[in-house]
Design a protein around this ligand. Structure first.
Ligand code: F6P
Length: 326
């Protein structure tokens, strides 16, 4: 096996708070072990364009607290094509890059898997997504911050909802995952939540609202995940207004606010541990895996499993949230 001397690092897909802390850990751990790090700009897009530059430890000063990613990110269409991947690989070879650290979510690891299968370059992935939808880690980098942001917003909405006796639908991100919505609902004491992993219906919501009405409760918070089964929150609000006209219903979409901001303590620590782990794993000959933390312990999981195995919120948590919200 070829000795690893130069590592390329990149961020790809939706950015998440803590990506910078992960880049910093990769660069500094590598420097400690006498490895050189190259930052690839804009994820796979920059790999295709050859935007690859040396990253020194001093380049990672003053970034641990910053959201976004100093390396920028993208969702590259060209990399989905074999020709795009070939050009990307040729650029890695031209820069003498022996191994990669890919920071991102499902799409990033699907791309990494292709690159590994087609060209055999060792890659370790770090779970960087606010969605928390990867198997092989209890939490992904950015999830904690994102939920904190959503909770802060919901707490504020609660004040005005309470003052006016209104029902608010608050839409949070999560196209395929209900983790953000579920955690936000539990932590903000919402009455109900709609997530892709649970089949809540309009009938069910109307029933819940009628029960509340019997207790003379018109105030309420319903957290809606983007990818729920019914539709977007404006559509849900329309249907609820028709079926439960006693309620004054408003809609707020938190949107991309949840993707930015200074990472929380939990995300900085997670990113630092995993960034360090990525470097030592590559040095130990590991590849084609995502580094995560399971029950407090570092764990490596094959990309195939990280992407494809079930990463839904556990049903006992969903049930608990339903019971506490009533
Ligand atoms: O994957 C992270 C995520 O924030 C999802 O929750 C959301 O559905 C998606 O990205 C939005 O992506 P974009 O910013 O490209 O619209």
């Amino acid at each position: 096996m070829k000795e690893i001397k130069r590592i390329g690092v990149f961020t790809s897909g939706g950015d998440s708070p803590g990506m910078n802390a992960a880049i910093r850990a990769v660069v500094r751990a590598s420097a400690f072990y006498d490895l050189h790090v190259y930052g690839i700009q804009k994820g796979y897009e920059g790999m295709i364009e050859g935007e690859i530059n040396r990253l020194e430890p001093s380049d990672t000063a003053n970034i641990i607290q910053r959201g976004g990613t100093i390396l920028k990110t993208s969702r590259s269409q060209r990399f989905l094509e074999p020709d795009g991947r070939k050009i990307a690989y040729e650029n890695l070879v031209a820069n003498d890059i022996d191994a990669l650290v890919a920071i991102g979510g499902n799409g990033t690891f699907a791309g990494a898997l292709k690159l590994y299968n087609e060209f055999g370059i060792p890659i370790i992935g770090l779970p960087g997504t606010i969605d928390n939808d990867l198997y092989g880690t209890d939490f992904t980098i950015g999830f904690d911050t994102s939920v904190n942001t959503a909770i802060e917003a919901v707490d504020k909405i609660r004040d005005t909802a309470d003052a006016h006796n209104r029902l608010f639908l608050v839409e949070v991100m999560g196209r395929h995952s209900g983790y953000i919505a579920l955690y936000t609902a539990i932590a903000s004491g919402a009455s109900a939540f709609l997530i892709p992993e649970a089949e809540t219906t309009i009938d069910g919501l109307v029933e819940m609202l009628q029960k509340s009405l019997r207790r003379k409760k018109l105030f309420g918070l319903i957290i809606v995940a983007e990818g729920n089964h019914i539709g977007d929150s404006a559509e849900i609000a329309k249907q609820l207004r028709e079926r439960a006209p006693q309620y004054d219903i408003k809609v707020t979409t938190i949107g991309h606010l949840q993707r930015g901001g200074s990472p929380s303590n939990a995300d900085r620590i997670l990113a630092s541990r995993l960034g360090y782990e990525a470097v030592t794993s590559l040095m130990n000959g590991e590849m084609n895996c995502m580094a995560g933390i399971v029950n407090g312990e570092l764990a490596l999981t094959k990309f195939e499993e990280a992407i494809n195995k079930n990463s839904s919120p556990p049903s006992h948590l969903i049930k608990m949230a339903e019971i506490l919200g009533m």
